[in-house]
Design a protein around this ligand. Structure first.
Ligand SMILES: *[C@@H]1O[C@H](CO)[C@@H](O)[C@H](O)[C@H]1NC(C)=O
Ligand SMILES: *[C@@H]1O[C@H](CO)[C@@H](O)[C@H](O)[C@H]1NC(C)=O
Ligand SMILES: *[C@@H]1O[C@H](CO)[C@@H](O)[C@H](O)[C@H]1NC(C)=O
Ligand SMILES: *[C@@H]1O[C@H](CO)[C@@H](O)[C@H](O)[C@H]1NC(C)=O
Length: 398
């Protein structure tokens, strides 16, 4: 009869131990959360340094901290350049009469690019050509496109296709012997990999070198303009953006809002009738002497911290809010001189798309659509303003 009693005692001891351990973990955990919040409120100017570790043994990693997308820098990828500034000599002003000719996704359609440049009367002595990424792959002449861009001393940003092709080439170069055979066994698992390699191998060494140096974000600071392939997350400084997202995003999701079951007011509104009356882009910035309303990036970040929208995740799919809608909405909260226009490509399905602070240039050339150029010129009486026109040519499906 002693045995069941003993067993019961052991069970009770185990239960008590378990209870105490859980209570301890709970308390230390809660203590930590409030600790971080307090230190954030205290020095609201700069983000809090890691708090001194309280004397207990629950490890808090960065991944556990309440965080906003872009708060922490992602480890850099293989020789990837995140940002570059367009050289001042190419920036159009009203006085210098220069032009920027920014071209949407070319995808190896060299003949269409040639036709488009003729149509805009491109002249290297006063014009500068910029490609928004996805210059190569899919179409018939990727090498021809890169040769042409290089010979015109063009600028460009890295698109998802350039990125994948450069990674495939680097990976293939690394493999040899047995590992090469093993990798080819898995080729079916890696959709598109063969196509990327085939395109990559048609490029010359200097093409690959030129591509590998392209930045993910090209800034034209004097015009308050960013050029990227896919998009940018609003409220996050460009130097803190995730390069993968900048090359691939289509929409944004707000996990905290979803968690609370609020649905997403903004992601459900129809983006195609959003702010139509403002869809002219002739005034990127006002003359500087004007008294400015609006906020700074930092003050908005502080205001939005710990709200349902302080966590934003950019995704490739179309299930969230269009990133460009969020971008335009955010710019309108900023002081005018702090607002940036994003010129991008990537979204052939949506096609050419112009909003006040974003212009999408992928009009599906390689699928028999059009190749689009945004021609940017300086604006009279405005230091940072610009005017623009759109020029398109039809593409023959290859
Ligand atoms: C670009 O120019 C800005 C100032 O206009 C400067 O702060 C920034 O460091 C430059 N970025 C790069 C990558 O050179
Ligand atoms: C290119 O522009 C320069 C300067 O405006 C001009 O002198 C030249 O004739 C132009 N070239 C062509 C082929 O139009
Ligand atoms: C080519 O572009 C670079 C900067 O990207 C510039 O420094 C150089 O002067 C340009 N060369 C010509 C011939 O325009
Ligand atoms: C190539 O190999 C080097 C050294 O083995 C490695 O550090 C690098 O990550 C590899 N690159 C790729 C793209 O696999």
């Amino acid at each position: 009869m002693a045995q069941p009693q003993q067993r019961r005692r052991i069970l009770i001891i185990a239960a008590v131990f378990f209870f105490i351990a859980s209570a301890f973990l709970c308390v230390t955990r809660l203590y930590n959360m409030s600790f971080i919040r307090e230190s954030k409120d205290d020095n609201s100017k700069s983000p809090p340094p890691l708090p001194p570790r309280p004397v207990h043994h629950v490890e808090i990693t960065d991944a556990d901290r309440p965080m906003t997308y872009g708060t922490f820098r992602r480890p850099s990828m293989d020789g990837l350049t995140l940002m570059a500034n367009l050289s001042d000599e190419f920036v159009p002003t009203f006085e210098n009469k220069r032009r920027l000719v920014i071209v949407g996704d070319i995808h190896g359609m060299d003949a269409s690019l040639e036709t488009l440049l003729k149509k805009v009367d491109f002249n290297t002595s006063k014009d500068h050509l910029i490609a928004v990424g996805d210059m190569i792959n899919k179409g018939p002449d990727s090498a021809g496109v890169i040769s042409r861009l290089m010979s015109l001393n063009a600028s460009a940003v890295r698109g998802n296709h350039e990125d994948r092709i450069l990674l495939s080439l680097a990976e293939a170069e690394n493999l040899s012997g047995v590992s090469k055979d093993l990798a080819s066994l898995h080729d079916e698992d890696r959709r598109g990999q063969k196509e990327f390699l085939a395109t990559g191998r048609k490029l010359k060494k200097e093409h690959v070198e030129w591509l590998s140096k392209l930045p993910v974000i090209l800034a034209v600071e004097p015009l308050n303009m960013f050029i990227v392939h896919a998009g940018l997350v609003p409220g996050v400084k460009p130097e803190l953006q995730d390069p993968w997202a900048v090359m691939n995003m289509r929409t944004l999701v707000y996990p905290r809002e979803k968690l609370r079951g609020k649905g997403s007011r903004k992601s459900s509104r129809s983006d195609d009738d959003d702010d139509e009356e403002e869809a002219s882009n002739n005034e990127a910035a006002p003359p500087p002497e004007e008294e400015e309303e609006g906020e700074t990036l930092e003050s908005i970040q502080q205001k939005d911290a710990y709200t349902d929208r302080d966590t934003i995740i950019p995704i490739e799919g179309r299930d969230g809010e269009k990133w460009s809608n969020a971008w335009n909405h955010f710019q309108k909260r900023l002081k005018k001189s702090h607002r940036y226009t994003v010129v991008y490509g990537h979204d052939a399905k949506r096609g050419f798309r112009e909003d006040k602070y974003s212009i999408g240039l992928d009009s599906g050339c390689v699928r028999g659509g059009a190749l689009t150029a945004l021609v940017v010129e300086g604006k009279e009486g405005s230091k940072r303003g610009f005017t623009h026109t759109i020029v398109q040519v039809h593409c023959k499906e290859p």
